[in-house]
Ligand binder design. Structure first.
Ligand SMILES: NC(=O)c1ccc[n+]([C@@H]2O[C@H](COP(=O)([O-])OP(=O)(O)OC[C@H]3O[C@@H](n4cnc5c(N)ncnc54)[C@H](O)[C@@H]3O)[C@@H](O)[C@H]2O)c1
Length: 319
């Protein structure tokens, strides 16, 4: 278990916390970490991409509301008694992946923008002490300089990135108009156990894992020179856990590994032949997080290097 004493989080032991999207990849790890600190947890999830098995470890210790966070959901009209008195909402629910948002801009808008607005409204009605929103490094889009700093003007390139940015703007609006304290995290390519492994919108790690298992070449889009900044799941969770202790009324933090790696070099860790496919449009070429703000203010830093993380990932999936 991590020691969070240096950020005064222990004084809030036994808080009631709501995790929206808690059955997903990142959400379910967050649930486990919050339970380790003995918080009372309520998970809201519609299982659109999340899985029951992600909550296997925690299911007997959480209250699960299987309901979409959307305008059509009954949650706002009749707030369940169990949600009353909640201190904090972590809002992770989304339909992620750029390709999905290009295929289905309306469906992803509903989940990613309308869903965030409804989550904020729930936070306002409950009077929670802080709302924590998982945004994405995609909001930066194409920039002239690296590493990407929170102060850069966003330049999104696809529906998903726009939707995550709209979510940020709604957060800012609620913090200004309704005085809701908000922490936003811009996550950079999180990977690790429980990554979504079904359906057609998979992250590169899962795609390559399947290709290696089937003994077919790992697919690389474009030249392979494009870079990403990968964050191991435990480091991302460590950062998210610190979000409740933020003092500023509204603040944004990058959470990333803090260094870029090309897709071509990442593939080398998989020790398997590769095949090059046409470049994917509407995606930024280079990504590297400036993590100095999270280091300075949250006393956070990533502890798992990419080589260590890939090793852990392969061990977990048995390759
Ligand atoms: N995984 C990454 O690398 C990454 C990077 C940047 C940002 N993020 C953000 O982090 C968050 C979590 O991502 P993830 O990778 O764990 O995704 P995920 O798909 O595994 O988890 C999302 C969860 O939200 C639930 N959900 C979706 N729409 C819902 C709705 N309307 N109502 C209730 N539940 C709903 C899904 O069932 C799922 O359990 C997302 O907001 C995503 O945009 C993730």
């Amino acid at each position: 278990m991590k020691d969070y004493t240096n950020i005064e989080i222990l004084e809030e032991i036994m808080s009631k916390i709501i995790v929206i999207g808690g059955a997903g990849f990142i959400g379910s790890h967050l649930v486990d970490a919050l339970l380790d600190l003995k918080h009372q947890l309520i998970v809201i999830d519609d299982f659109s991409t999340g899985k029951k098995e992600n909550l296997r470890k925690s299911s007997s210790r959480i209250l699960l509301i299987r309901e979409p966070i959307l305008l059509t959901s009954g949650l706002l009209n009749k707030i369940p008694l169990t949600l009353k008195g909640a201190d904090c909402i972590y809002h992770l629910a989304a339909l992620p992946r750029i390709e999905r948002s290009i295929d289905d801009p309306l469906g992803t808008h509903r989940a990613n923008v309308e869903g965030t607005l409804v989550a904020l409204e729930l936070a306002r009605k409950l009077g929670v002490k802080r709302f924590i929103y998982t945004s994405s490094s995609s909001v930066y889009g194409i920039q002239k300089r690296l590493p990407l700093k929170e102060s850069f003007i966003p330049n999104p390139q696809n529906p998903y990135a726009y939707q995550k940015l709209m979510g940020e703007y709604y957060c800012q609006l609620y913090s200004q108009i309704y005085n809701l304290p908000v922490t936003i995290f811009r996550l950079f390519n999180v990977y690790g156990p429980r990554m979504i492994s079904k359906g057609s919108y998979k992250l590169v790690f899962i795609k390559w894992l399947e290709q290696k298992k089937k003994n077919i070449p790992l697919s690389i889009y474009g030249s392979g020179e494009q870079t990403r900044d990968f964050t191991y799941i435990s480091d991302a969770i460590d950062g998210l856990m610190r979000g409740r202790a933020v003092k500023e009324h509204f603040d944004i933090f990058n959470l990333g590994g803090g260094s870029q790696i090309s897709i071509e070099n990442l593939a080398k860790f998989f020790n398997h032949p590769t095949i090059y496919l046409p470049e994917r449009l509407h995606e930024e070429k280079f990504k590297e997080a400036d993590i100095s703000k999270a280091k300075r203010i949250l006393a956070w830093k990533p502890s798992i290097s990419i080589s260590e993380g890939v090793g852990k990932f392969m061990d977990y999936y048995g390759i």
